[in-house]
Design a binder for this molecule. Structure first.
Ligand code: FAD
Ligand code: FES
Length: 512
């Protein structure tokens, strides 16, 4: 069923400044060469590469193009790995670090070429990137990173005494870029329409069954039969466990502040703190200056509910460093999926479904990882191979990142202790209009939401993926699962996987 109420409460600068096209639902069974589930940057870029390679393509999305994390990104197009090349070289060796750089650089070239060839006016702009040393941090961080990139052959990276904005020691990375992700996505939709690809919105997929013929089934029971399928749902809905034990969901926050044109030089800026701050400029569309976009304050999804405080912290951090920043225009949050080694998981479904492919684990570099995924999956489907298959293989087990694996999985296991805890409220009368809270009812936990008119809505708090206990997100008015990042809207409908179906709706009268 299409959602008739807003899914998330905040709006990104991109959503506020670009209308993306809408598509009607799939109403009949279809046959095609490749079925793509998810119309974000992965799904639509892969669709374009495939139609250009002569394949028939059907794209299905539970919402509409760009309503997922692609509409909530900050759209740094970086070939400088944010988890750092020195760490990647420690885990996988110097050759892998070089390949990772080359793949991200090729992805930026690919976006530039698509924008040019398809005449997409998406504010694409080349710029430098600056990794700057936060106060009190060890200068060896920059030294090791510089040594690593020079060792594998990226000689254009330089150490500088000061970056142009924060006036801190930094590394300057040439040939980075930025763009408006939704203008780009709208352009991809137009190009796909011209080439005959079929896009369907408001079409939730519940199952992707691999085989010689892959069968993709929607919640309304429609089927798409294809030779291959790409599950491009950011967090895969086709895999119950394997991939979700190797990547972790983080919620990250962004704000957009007005700033007079020319004060901050165009560039990508990020610091050495963990979680790091990431900063860029977007040309204003109203002639009143530019927008300074600042992100950070990440936490594990569903494990903190203090979004307002995090926005305030981001704003205070910015004003202390960029006094020219003026009023706040936008604020929003979204999810990133961190892998053990900072590389995405791209390739055949690790659960073994034949002819089913996944692209996930953006690691905060989802714009370039999405484009790498589109290039790789098109080659794997059309030619059976791709040059980066080994690097991004979803089945890899980076042994030198074993400590991280144990830490993340212990964190997930600890979340199940929520089932033993008391509820946050003792009676539904305690829930204020427009908010939600967890109520204990016997052995079960109930997710209770009171809408603005005072009506109570109740669902089981058991996440439909692997029974984590969801928690209320006051900022976005969603129910978020602390285990693997599934998200549900205020009435319990699923917004983001790995869950494929909504929370079980309960009769609120049974709670009185
Ligand atoms: C605040 C923030 C800042 C970021 N900054 C950067 C950055 O500066 N640079 C960078 O490279 N990356 C950044 N990222 C990461 C990047 O935005 C994402 O990795 C990227 O957009 C993911 O694209 P996607 O196509 O995989 O997923 P999405 O854009 O989330 O698309 C997935 C689609 O699948 C659909 N879907 C889900 N389930 C189903 C289902 N069951 N059936 C049918 N459809 C379904 C959804 O509706 C959605 O449209 C940032 C992310 C956030 C949140
Ligand atoms: S997302 Fe896995 S249990 Fe909820």
């Amino acid at each position: 069923m299409a959602l008739e109420h807003p899914v998330e409460a905040t709006t990104s600068v991109w959503q506020a400044t670009c209308d993306t096209p809408s598509f009607g639902p799939l109403t009949q069974d279809m046959e095609t060469d490749v079925c793509i589930v998810g119309a974000g940057l992965v799904g639509l870029t892969a669709a374009l590469r495939l139609v250009r390679a002569g394949r028939r393509v059907v794209v299905l999305d539970s919402q509409q193009p760009g309503r997922g994390n692609t509409g909530r990104t900050t759209a740094h197009l970086a070939s400088a790995i944010d988890d750092r090349f020195s760490e990647l070289a420690r885990v996988h060796g110097l050759d892998a670090a070089r390949l990772a750089w080359e793949s991200h650089a090729t992805a930026i070239d690919c976006i530039e070429a698509i924008a040019r060839d398809e005449n997409i006016d998406c504010d694409f702009q080349r710029c430098d990137g600056y990794l700057w040393l936060a106060p009190d941090q060890d200068p060896d961080i920059l030294r090791e990173e510089l040594e690593t990139v020079h060792a594998f052959g990226w000689h254009g990276v330089q150490a500088m005494d000061e970056d142009p904005v924060f006036r801190r020691p930094c590394l300057r990375f040439p040939d980075q870029a930025q763009f408006h992700p939704l203008k780009y996505l709208a352009g991809l939709c137009a190009a796909l329409k011209r080439s005959g690809a079929a896009i369907f919105g408001d079409t939730r997929v519940e199952d992707v069954a691999g085989g010689d013929v892959v069968v993709t089934t929607t919640e309304r029971g429609r089927r798409v039969r294809s030779k291959a399928a790409i599950v491009a749902t950011c967090s895969p809905i086709c895999d119950r466990f394997a991939i979700h034990s190797k990547q972790a969901p983080y919620t990250t926050y962004a704000i957009g502040l007005r700033i007079p044109a020319g004060v901050v030089p165009t560039g990508l800026y990020w610091d050495t703190i963990d979680p790091y701050h990431y900063v860029r400029l977007q040309p204003g569309s109203d002639g009143k200056g530019d927008v300074l976009i600042v992100g950070g304050e990440d936490h594990k999804t569903g494990q903190a509910d203090d979004g307002e405080r995090r926005f305030e912290a981001l704003e205070a951090w910015t004003r202390a460093r960029v006094p020219a920043a003026q009023e706040r225009l936008y604020r929003w949050s979204g999810q990133v999926f961190e892998t053990l080694d900072g590389l995405a998981h791209i390739g055949p479904d690790p659960a073994g479904a034949a002819n089913v492919y996944i692209a996930t684990g953006d690691s905060g570099m989802g714009m370039t990882h999405s484009t790498i995924a589109a290039m790789m999956l098109c080659s794997q489907i059309c030619d059976g191979e791709s040059e980066w298959s080994h690097l991004y293989d979803p089945r890899r087990k980076p042994l030198k990142a074993g400590g991280e694996f144990l830490r993340e999985n212990a964190n997930v296991a600890a979340q199940y202790a929520d089932w033993l805890r008391p509820g946050e409220i003792r009676s539904i009368d305690e829930v204020a209009p427009g908010t939600g809270a967890i109520l204990r009812s016997g052995l079960s936990r109930v997710a209770v939401y009171r809408d603005e008119s005072g009506e109570i809505h109740a669902c089981s708090a058991a996440c439909t993926h692997l029974l984590g206990s969801v928690s209320w997100n006051h900022l976005e008015k969603t129910w978020d699962c602390p285990c693997h990042g599934s998200r549900f809207d205020r009435l319990g409908e699923v917004i983001a996987g790995p869950a494929r179906s909504g929370l079980r709706v309960l009769d609120p009268r049974t709670l009185r």
